[in-house]
Structures are given as structure tokens and as C-alpha cells.
Design a protein around this ligand. Structure first.
Ligand code: ADP
Length: 488
């Protein structure tokens, strides 16, 4: 074990059910690998369907009392957990880098960002509002209140091990929902650390139940078919999202889905090139490109395409690739062999169909799932990379001539999470913000994620929003009481 983190040495690697840390009913464990070194860093409890059943029953039992707690009580737990996360930021970052690969500086950035969801929702907990009006015939007052939807199933991916958890858990706590939570099997350690922090912050037993498992579908389908869970909040692939939506339909459950992206990154002829290059680095290379918000297709106006591509490729080539735990590393490894094979295949396919490699295009020697930051130009529309979520440090650049043409290409996808546009013309910025078929638009910025913003997509990128003012509504039901207006 190479991580020197007191938190990891003390880290609970069992299941967290009904306020207790317990091994799997099968006694089995699965191992967690460091993608930079291939070392095994932990053996985590491998939850079974029996464990899943115990977890959802605990969440069901806890719901009534938890739903009746005061907003301030729930807010104070979130606020305390936020402070503990920040106090342990260095240790949490070391765990995150070891299990996921991102450079320590990025891990620390995610700790700050992820913690902020707890602070945000600690504030939102005390602001759950209602509504009051009068029936149209004047006979009743219509008093609208919001209630927790009930026990929620939370399933998260591996790419943002803290923030994907806090974004869901923080909302559910604020709303008064209990939870069963299955973190990604590739990165369970940060989530287990988070559960320990919430326990320390005073979260009552049964409110959050965490089941790590190597068998995601069997554990999660127990929850979906339990008759106890009322809500599913999922972040991951569109493919798995559709499976869960089918299960949700069977049980008529509220559903929030943060699914895949295929973000266009558009640089208009009048763009400030310095900002556009920096924006492209941020939008492409955050998290080694392993983000659903990653710039997936770069469209650059013909007049500036050569200069943009050259400058962007120089910046990409200069990025230092290595073990994220080492100082100075800017680009860590990909998550696993499948991720690496996919990226190499997409590059090979694009090159076979006529794309040119400006930089990168290969994996460096040595252990670790590393891939060199890569820039491709002259990428034809028929290349697989133009239609696939890359999830790696590869930037395909295509040239366009007119705004209509680039809008058509940008919107020619079943996904619609985020789009980026770089221009100094306010009217053009307004036009692209309006016409891109996405849930979020970055105007002259490569980063859109923020706890105060409603994060989410349209089309097959998902349903619902996380964060912002509307995020909590995903975990609330409206109820109204008709109260007769006294006659007189
Ligand atoms: P990614 O490609 O980012 O790993 P996935 O959609 O495969 O995205 O995984 C996201 C989360 O969904 C992970 O926690 C994974 O374990 C879980 N998952 C994968 N398959 C299923 C399934 N059939 N049912 C429920 N959860 C699943």
C-alpha cells in the first residue's frame, strides 16, 4: 500500500447498514486497484442480495421519523459533515487519487466542490417552501406543502467519487429522505469515508445505508423491486439508466437520471483564442477527459482552425502525465483497461478514416492505464469518435464555415448535456445559448459544474436536475390541502 493516509488505515471497508458497519453476508470481498500502479489498495465487502434487502428495510424503517425531523436538524448535520470533509481534505484526496487516478490537485478540487453540495443543501434544507392560493370558485384555500418523496436509491459512477455522492446524499438529507446507496465498484473507498463522516456528523441510524458490491445489477434490482424505495437517482451510462428507468416504470418510482454526454465545443471566428484554448484544456482535460461534461467534439471556424489547433496541441503535449499522487502530475491514468482500449480504438478508427494526429495517439510505457493527451484534426463525420462519448484525453477537431452548419452538427446527436461556445459577440452567444439542444451552456468558459446551478441534460442525457434551487424538488412531493374558506 503506497497511500500514507491515516484515514485510509482507519477506513471502514464493510457495509454500512442501519448505522452499523457489517461484513457481507457471504463474507466475500472484492479488491480495489490503483489505476496508476496496479496495486491492490483495499478489500471491500462484496454486498449480496440479502445485504441489499437488509439495507432497504432499514431505510424504510427510518423514513417516518427522519421525514419528521426539523429542517434545522438536517441542515446542521450537513453543515457539520461539510466542515469535517474540508478538515480532512488532504486525506480524502489521497484516497480518491489512489482509487481513481486523478491528480491530487484535481482530487482536492473535487473535495472542495463535493463538500460544497453539503453546504449548499444545508442552506436549502431550511428553505423548503410551499404555496397558498384560493380555489377558482372561492370556496377553498389551497395550501401546498412539500414532503419527502420517501426512501431513495442512489447509484453513482467512479469518475467523481465524492461529488457524485454528495450531490445526491446532500439533497436527500435536506429533503428528509432516507437512502440506500451503491457507489461504483471501481471507487468505493471515498464513499465509505463519506459514510463515516456523516455518521460522525450525527446522521441517525438507517438514514444512509451503503452497500458496496461487485454485482451492481442484483443489489440495485432488489432495491428497485422492494416496494419500499420511492425514488431512484442515478448517474452513469445511458445504457444502465434505461435499465433502471424500466425497473422504475414497473414500480412507478420518481426518477432522476444524469446520463451520458457528447458535448460540442464551438469556437467562432471572432473568439478570443487565448480564452478558447484555455477553455478547451479545461473542458477536455478535467478528470483526464473522464467526465460527462467533457468536450467531446471540437468545432472550430475555418479562419482560425489552424492557429487554434496548433496552440491547443502545444498545450496538450506539454501536460505532464503520471501517477496522480506525484507532485506536478497534470494527467493521471484512465480508470481501467476497458477505458484505455476504448480510447485507443476510437483514435485508430478515426485515423483509418482519414484523421491526422497532431499530438499523442499512443499509450506510454510502464504500468498504469495511461494515455497521452491527443489531438486529432480533419476528423470525418463518419468516424466513431464523432458519435461516441470518448471518456479519455482525446480531442477531435473538425472545421466549420457557417453558424447554421455548426449548430446542425452540434445538435445532431441523441445526447444533450452541455455545450460550449466561444465568441466575443453577445448576439452570437445568445443565439448559441438558445439553439444548442442541451441542458447547460458554457459561454467563454470550459467549466459549468457548480452547486448553485441546476445540473442536468435534455434528450438521452437525462431527466431532472441536481443542485441549484430546483435540485431539492427531485426528492420532494407536493401535497395540497383544500381548506374551506369560512362563509360569512
Ligand atoms: P460507467 O460507464 O460510468 O461505469 P455505468 O452506467 O456502467 O457507467 O455505471 C454507473 C453505476 O451504475 C455504477 O455504480 C455501476 O456499478 C452501476 N451499474 C452498472 N450496471 C448496473 C445495473 N444493471 N443495475 C444497476 N446499477 C448498475
Amino acid at each position: 500500500m503506497t497511500i500514507t493516509s491515516p484515514l485510509l488505515e482507519e477506513l471502514q471497508v464493510d457495509l454500512f447498514i442501519d448505522g452499523q458497519w457489517t461484513p457481507s453476508s457471504s463474507q466475500k470481498r472484492f479488491h480495489v486497484e490503483n489505476p496508476a500502479t496496479f496495486e491492490t489498495i483495499a478489500h471491500v465487502a462484496d454486498g449480496t442480495v440479502e445485504d441489499a434487502q437488509r439495507a432497504i428495510e432499514a431505510a424504510g424503517r427510518a423514513q417516518t421519523a427522519w421525514g419528521k425531523t426539523s429542517p434545522r436538524f438536517r441542515a446542521d448535520i450537513l453543515r457539520k459533515a461539510y466542515e469535517i470533509i474540508l478538515a480532512r481534505a488532504d486525506e480524502l484526496a489521497a484516497i480518491m487519487t489512489a482509487e481513481m487516478g486523478k491528480p491530487l490537485t484535481e482530487a482536492k478540487g473535487e473535495i472542495a466542490y463535493g463538500a460544497e453540495f453539503f453546504r449548499w443543501f444545508s442552506e436549502e434544507a431550511a428553505r423548503i417552501d410551499g404555496d397558498s392560493t384560493t380555489s377558482v370558485d372561492g370556496s377553498n384555500r389551497i395550501v401546498v406543502t412539500k414532503e419527502p418523496v420517501g426512501p431513495a436509491v442512489l447509484v453513482t459512477p467512479w469518475n467523481f467519487p465524492l461529488a457524485m455522492g454528495t450531490r445526491k446524499i446532500g439533497t436527500a438529507i435536506a429533503a428528509g429522505c432516507t437512502m440506500v446507496f451503491k457507489p461504483a465498484e471501481l471507487t468505493p473507498l471515498t464513499s465509505l469515508a463519506l459514510a463515516g463522516i456523516l455518521q460522525e456528523a450525527g446522521l441517525p441510524a438507517g438514514v444512509l445505508n451503503v452497500v458496496t458490491t461487485s454485482s451492481a445489477s442484483s443489489v440495485v434490482s432488489v432495491w428497485m423491486n422492494s416496494g419500499i424505495a420511492r425514488k431512484i437517482s442515478f448517474t452513469g451510462s445511458t445504457e444502465v439508466g434505461k435499465i433502471l428507468l424500466r425497473q422504475a416504470a414497473e414500480n412507478v418510482m420518481r426518477s432522476s437520471m444524469e446520463l451520458g454526454g457528447n458535448a460540442p465545443f464551438i469556437v467562432l471566428a471572432d473568439a478570443d483564442l487565448d480564452r478558447a484554448v484555455e477553455g478547451a484544456i479545461a473542458a477536455k482535460m478535467r478528470n483526464m477527459g473522464e467526465a460527462c461534461t467533457a468536450a467531446n467534439r471540437l468545432y472550430v471556424h475555418r479562419d482560425i482552425a489552424e492557429e487554434f489547433s496548433r496552440r491547443f496541441a502545444e498545450r496538450m503535449e506539454a501536460l505532464r502525465v503520471g501517477d496522480g499522487a506525484l507532485p506536478g502530475t497534470q494527467v493521471g491514468p484512465l480508470i481501467d483497461q476497458d477505458g484505455l482500449d476504448k480510447v485507443q480504438h476510437l483514435v485508430d478508427d478515426a485515423v483509418a478514416k482519414g484523421a491526422k494526429v497532431l499530438t499523442g495517439g499512443f499509450r506510454p510505457e510502464g504500468p498504469g492505464y495511461f494515455y497521452k493527451p491527443t489531438v486529432l484534426v480533419d476528423v470525418p463525420a463518419e468516424a466513431e469518435i464523432s458519435r461516441t462519448e470518448i471518456f479519455g484525453p482525446v480531442a477531435p477537431i473538425s472545421v466549420f464555415d457557417s453558424e447554421d452548419e455548426v449548430l446542425r452538427m452540434a445538435n445532431d446527436t441523441e445526447w444533450g448535456l452541455v455545450g460550449y461556445v466561444f465568441t466575443q459577440d453577445l448576439d452570437k452567444a445568445a443565439r448559441f445559448s438558445a439553439e444548442l439542444e442541451v441542458g447547460m451552456v458554457g459561454v467563454n468558459t470550459g467549466i459549468v459544474s457548480n452547486p448553485a446551478a441546476p445540473f442536468g441534460g435534455v434528450k438521452q442525457s437525462g431527466l431532472g436536475r441536481e443542485g441549484g434551487r430546483v435540485g431539492i424538488d427531485e426528492f420532494l412531493e407536493y401535497k395540497y390541502a383544500a381548506i374551506p374558506v369560512p362563509k360569512g
